[in-house]
Design a protein around this ligand. Structure first.
Ligand code: PBG
Length: 326
């Protein structure tokens, strides 16, 4: 007890790094990349300063820029040339993400993760198959079991193109098992699955939905994404995905859900990922633009907190900018 016990002794410049319990480095980070089949030029994303949608022809160059900062892993999202009820451009061999993956695999040494979802590819903007009359039926649901096949086809087509990891984010029950089985059947035993195991129905995804043009045309995602009120349910979701063969378990969003990141860290021996989402990025940028917060310091503190809570890796829009400082 005081006066013998003085924690301040360990806070001088010389000792602080030696007793630091967590740290962030470029090798913990994954950078999101948006490839857009509707443009020949890079298009800035307004709600996410510093980010842009790039045409397939620029995908490898974009990834090289990221790698130059020290970040080696990217996750790809696609904006297709056209959308339809079943999201067919999500699992087309010549889909925008598949073409981009081929280019990136050929021209760079990046570790490539494909996001596996249908909402950017369906004309209704939901993450799976819905009934024809869904728009007028307030109780409609995404048809779970029919959606599984399409997600599995998407994962396999990304793996065929050269993705080393696929990341299902549709919150369809059974998606990890269906994808694992389809990958194995196609000879992709070595392609890993990063499961968005615990994905909440969050208002923090707003800027992403602008970026990837993936907002639902009607209704919301409450009947498939998790209720932000629930913590125990996160363990159930993660357990199911671990049993179905997920190699990495992810919590999304990150900062508002650090209790859940810590829970997963305690319960599972698999790597834990967290997705520091578009809204978490946009809010720091907005405050910094007003001169109310120091962008770099708050971004770094945010990611350090995600690491401290127990994440091994973080998907973040800050990856490139922070890696340059680290
Ligand atoms: C696709 C998907 C979304 C995000 C990642 N994958 C959007 C959503 O579920 O609405 C959000 C990422 C972010 O906000 O940064 N299902």
């Amino acid at each position: 007890m005081y006066p013998t016990d003085r924690p301040r002794r360990l806070r001088t410049d010389g000792i602080r790094p030696l007793v630091g319990e967590s740290s962030v480095s470029a090798s913990d980070l994954v950078a999101p990349v948006f490839v857009d089949a509707t443009t020949d030029e890079r298009v800035p994303i307004e709600s996410m300063p510093g980010h842009e949608r790039v045409p397939v022809s620029e995908a490898a160059a974009r990834v090289e820029e990221i790698r130059e900062t020290g970040v080696e892993a990217v996750i790809l999202f696609g904006v297709p040339e056209s959308k339809d009820a079943k999201g067919t451009r999500a699992y087309a061999d010549d889909g925008v993400v598949q073409r981009a993956i081929r280019q990136i695999a050929a021209d760079t040494d990046a570790y490539v993760i494909g996001d596996v979802c249908l909402c950017e590819y369906t004309d209704h903007g939901h993450c799976g198959v819905i009934e024809d009359d869904a728009e007028t039926d307030p109780t409609f649901t995404v048809r779970n079991d029919e959606t599984l096949e399409l997600l599995a086809a998407t994962a396999v087509s990304q793996a065929d193109a050269g993705a080393e990891m696929v990341a299902p984010s549709a919150m369809t029950d059974g998606q990890v098992g269906a994808i694992r089985e389809a990958l194995d059947d196609a000879g992709h035993e070595d392609v890993a699955v990063l499961s968005y195991a615990v994905k909440y129905e969050s208002a923090f995804y707003g800027p992403f939905r602008d970026a990837a043009d993936g907002a639902p045309a009607f209704g919301d995602r409450r009947h498939y994404q998790m209720d932000p009120a629930n913590r125990r349910e996160a363990l159930r979701e993660a357990r199911i995905d671990a049993e179905e063969g997920a190699d990495v378990l992810m919590v999304k969003p990150a900062l508002p859900y650090l209790d859940v990141v810590a829970d997963l860290r305690r319960e599972f021996d698999r790597p834990i990922a967290a997705y520091n989402v578009s809204g978490e990025y946009a809010m720091l940028h907005a405050a910094a633009e007003k001169g109310w917060l120091d962008l770099e310091a708050t971004a770094l503190e945010s990611l350090l907190s995600v690491k401290r809570a127990g994440a091994d890796l973080i998907i973040t829009y800050f990856a490139e900018d922070l890696a340059e400082q680290l």
